[in-house]
Design a protein around this ligand. Structure first.
Ligand SMILES: Nc1ncnc2c1ncn2[C@@H]1O[C@H](COP(=O)(O)OP(=O)(O)OP(=O)(O)O)[C@@H](O)[C@H]1O
Ligand SMILES: [Mg+2]
Length: 309
């Protein structure tokens, strides 16, 4: 892998007529990072990506992608990055190998080099056994792996994945994230959008967009600390879900959320002993362990706050 593999975004902006889809966004992503780009529908995530891959011209600012300006040399950027679009369409009637050959050809690969890359990428994304399968016959999660593999053919230093796991079942999603971690471990920068906030916890850092603006950017743990007030206690006991009405509205209790088989109780200045006193009579096997807010909590806190202002 050559190139710098990093992204430097400098006051990037995109208007469509009077509408500002991306509003003065500035941030950096270092080489090899898994960087999540989050926001509600229409927040401006895909528009940002389309500027960063050199297919949509910014109306303000600039970005250096792998050291190349998207403004001055969009084709240069396009040649160096991998991209999996939100509506990526592989050719359903072609086999996996034929799809890879087609898109590899579009990247300028041919002959032995193309074949070698297909073999390597197929190994990297666990598709070797499926190269001769017809793409239409593959389940959604596997097709997304083919699309990911295709974006890696030209050995890009940076890949942009726009909702790569939309419509994919949870098991395939987990496999897909194993691959993302593997790619990042090999030094490739991964810029990824998702609506699944649970998988966004896997990102080293995430940026949160609201109405075209970047409103928060940090590690998931730091975002939780900075944007979600109070302390979270993870309560576990048989039937603990029944404790919700015992807690909601009590002084010092900010929020009570069922979380799998646990209850997450967010409190403000309330000692653990007090919580224990309230719950233990009904739940003798109770354990209370300190947790941290999830990105889901962060999202609600930040987006809710933005809507109020
Ligand atoms: N070519 C265009 N012309 C006019 N408006 C556009 C164009 N492309 C995007 N927009 C608008 O810009 C806003 C941001 O769109 P974008 O696709 O970037 O959102 P997104 O965050 O990717 O949303 P989603 O989660 O639904 O994919 C939307 O309001 C969209 O309608
Ligand atoms: Mg989008």
């Amino acid at each position: 892998m050559s190139g710098r593999g990093d992204i430097e975004v400098d006051h990037l902006r995109r208007e469509f007529g009077k509408f500002v889809a991306v509003d003065d966004v500035t941030f950096q992503v270092p080489r090899g990072e898994i960087f999540g780009w989050l926001g509600a529908n229409g927040a401006g995530k895909s528009t940002t990506i389309r500027m960063l891959i050199g297919v949509l011209e910014p109306t303000g600012g600039d970005a250096l992608v792998d050291g190349i300006s998207v403004r001055k040399d969009p084709f240069g950027v396009k040649r160096r990055i991998g991209y999996m679009s939100q509506r990526f369409s592989l050719y359903p009637d072609l086999t996996v190998r034929q799809n890879m050959a087609f898109f590899g050809g579009a990247y300028g690969l041919s002959g032995k080099k193309l074949n070698d890359r297909i073999e390597t990428v197929a190994r990297d994304v666990d598709l070797t056994e499926l190269l001769t399968a017809k793409t239409a016959d593959l389940p959604g999660g596997t097709r997304q792996r083919v699309a990911l593999g295709t974006s890696l053919l030209q050995e890009p230093g940076i890949v942009f994945l726009d909702e790569p796991t939309a419509g994919v079942d949870p098991v395939s999603r987990r496999m897909f994230w194993d691959l993302i971690r593997r790619i990042s471990g090999q030094g490739t920068t991964v810029f990824v959008t998702t609506h699944h906030l649970d998988e966004a916890e896997e990102c080293r850092r995430v940026g949160l967009m609201v109405d075209g603006k970047l409103v928060a950017l940090d590690t998931p743990a730091a975002l939780a600390r900075d944007h979600v007030p109070g302390t979270i206690w993870r309560a576990r006991a048989v039937g603990i879900q029944a404790a919700v009405p015992l807690l909601v509205g009590r002084p010092g209790v900010l929020d009570v959320q069922p979380f799998g088989s646990e209850l997450h109780v967010r409190v403000d200045g309330l000692p653990k002993e007090m919580l224990d006193d309230w719950l233990r009579p009904r739940f003798p096997d109770l354990t209370l362990e300190q947790g941290r807010a999830t990105l889901e909590d962060v999202f609600l806190a930040v987006v809710g706050h933005q809507e109020e202002t």
